[in-house]
Design a binder for this molecule. Structure first.
Ligand code: UD1
Ligand code: F6R
Length: 371
């Protein structure tokens, strides 16, 4: 049932404040005095010790689920102190990459049925690693075959393009980082700030959804373009990849997510006065580096659209020519959850304006059950 919406993708984008609330329900728990909050992931509590002791955490997934893991990687590294590596499921299988008994492998999948991810799970089980699932589908193959895991509880996702599952996956992985890091005193203040941020997150996402009309206007401007580049770094490298994936898969427009730190190593050659470039420059530790990227793109007459934190417009925009999208500020590791929203809206409106099928993009299936 699409309710008041025209498409499932649109409905699923707009219901993210609710799906995120459901994802967190019962999992943020009051400590003794209720001053200190802790995270309780029922499916993992008996395995946290093993995860903390593992030599490496390996995230494995495909498409949007891979991007969600990439968004959570920095906070997991920070709070756990365990090295975290990333694997696209098919690539791990192609290489038969090393997986050891001392590894914790984390399988991220909305459907829980993706063939490549499932094959990679079988491979990790054969190699003796601890296998953790993060899925949206109770009873799915990945949920059944992993040793333990977390259901993201985002509710059924019908649009082929994953939207609300992405944001719920990131939140679950941030909670995973909090749970793993919960035995260290040194990062307690950081953990509390993130937990406060999680409580506020649904309302910040609701605020970001108010950009709907603005993103529709932007889509009108971009609808006849051939290509859109999306620059991000740090926590928002994943946002760049995921934003570009949405634009290409539903709006059928070429789009590429680019790690801003790689700009001078090739992508800069593409910049001219015609190609639109979306730059994610919200406030975090990478902000000044991203400001200098904007200046360099501007110096080469790039057609810039800059996403920044509320109040930062003047300090990110070098000239009149640049368009700004202001988003609410949240704790750095949660910012990808807010930042993807305008890009989801942009992909949605581009698709409608270009006259393509929103919920069933050509050639794609919701669940990819063949390798
Ligand atoms: C569970 C119940 C939830 C109930 C809550 C009350 C289920 C599915 N969930 O939620 O209805 O309200 O207790 O305390 O009955 N698992 C995997 N692999 C995965 C995902 C999950 O092995 O990919 C396992 C978990 O380790 C766990 C079980 O499935 O044993 C349920 O996981 P989850 O729903 O996340 O647990 P709770 O949040 O505790
Ligand atoms: C993109 C999209 C796909 C899936 C990928 C993995 O919007 O939906 O990239 O994310 O096929 O699917 P799951 O998460 O079900 O394993």
């Amino acid at each position: 049932n699409k309710g008041k919406y025209e498409h499932y993708m649109q409905k699923e984008i707009h219901e993210q404040p609710e799906s995120l609330t459901t994802t967190m329900r019962g999992r943020l728990i009051c400590g003794g005095s209720c001053k200190s909050q802790t995270v309780l992931l029922g499916g993992l509590k008996d395995h946290l010790k093993t995860i903390r002791r593992s030599r490496r955490i390996v995230f494995i997934g495909c498409g949007t689920s891979y991007n969600a893991a990439l968004a959570a990687r920095p906070i997991l590294e920070e709070l756990s102190g365990v090295p975290v590596t990333m694997e696209i499921a098919s690539d791990l299988l192609d290489r038969q990459g090393p997986i050891y008994r001392e590894d914790t492998t984390v399988f991220v999948s909305q459907s829980g049925e993706t063939a490549d991810t499932l094959r990679a799970l079988e491979y990790a089980l054969e190699n003796g690693a601890l296998c953790v699932g993060i899925t949206n589908t109770v009873g799915s193959a990945i949920a059944r075959h992993t040793h333990c895991g977390v259901h993201i509880n985002a509710g059924c996702e019908i649009g082929v393009a994953s939207t609300k599952a992405y944001t719920s996956q990131i939140v679950v992985m941030a909670m995973l980082a909090l749970a793993i890091g919960a035995d260290t005193i040194s990062n307690q203040a950081r953990r509390e700030a993130i937990i406060d941020g999680l409580f506020d997150l649904p309302s910040k996402v609701r605020e970001a959804l108010k950009l709907d009309q603005e993103m529709k206007e932007l889509a009108k401007l971009l609808m006849n373009e051939q290509s859109l580049l999306v620059f991000g770094r740090g926590y928002n490298y994943a946002t760049a990849l995921e934003g570009a994936l949405k634009v290409k898969e539903v709006a059928l427009m070429h789009s590429e997510g680019i790690l801003a730190g790689e700009m001078k190593h090739g992508p800069l050659a593409l910049v001219d006065e015609t190609l639109p470039i979306f730059v994610i420059a919200t406030h975090d530790a990478c902000f000044s580096k991203q400001q200098s990227v904007i200046h360099q793109l501007h110096a080469r007459k790039g057609r810039l659209i800059v996403m920044c934190s509320k109040g930062d417009a003047a300090s990110v925009c070098p000239g009149e020519s640049c368009r700004v999208i202001e988003v609410p500020h949240v704790e750095d590791c949660l910012q990808p959850v807010v930042n993807i929203v305008p890009l989801q809206l942009l992909a949605y409106h581009l698709t409608v304006l270009r006259g393509y099928n929103v919920d069933q993009p050509r050639n794609l299936a919701k669940s990819v059950t063949t390798e």
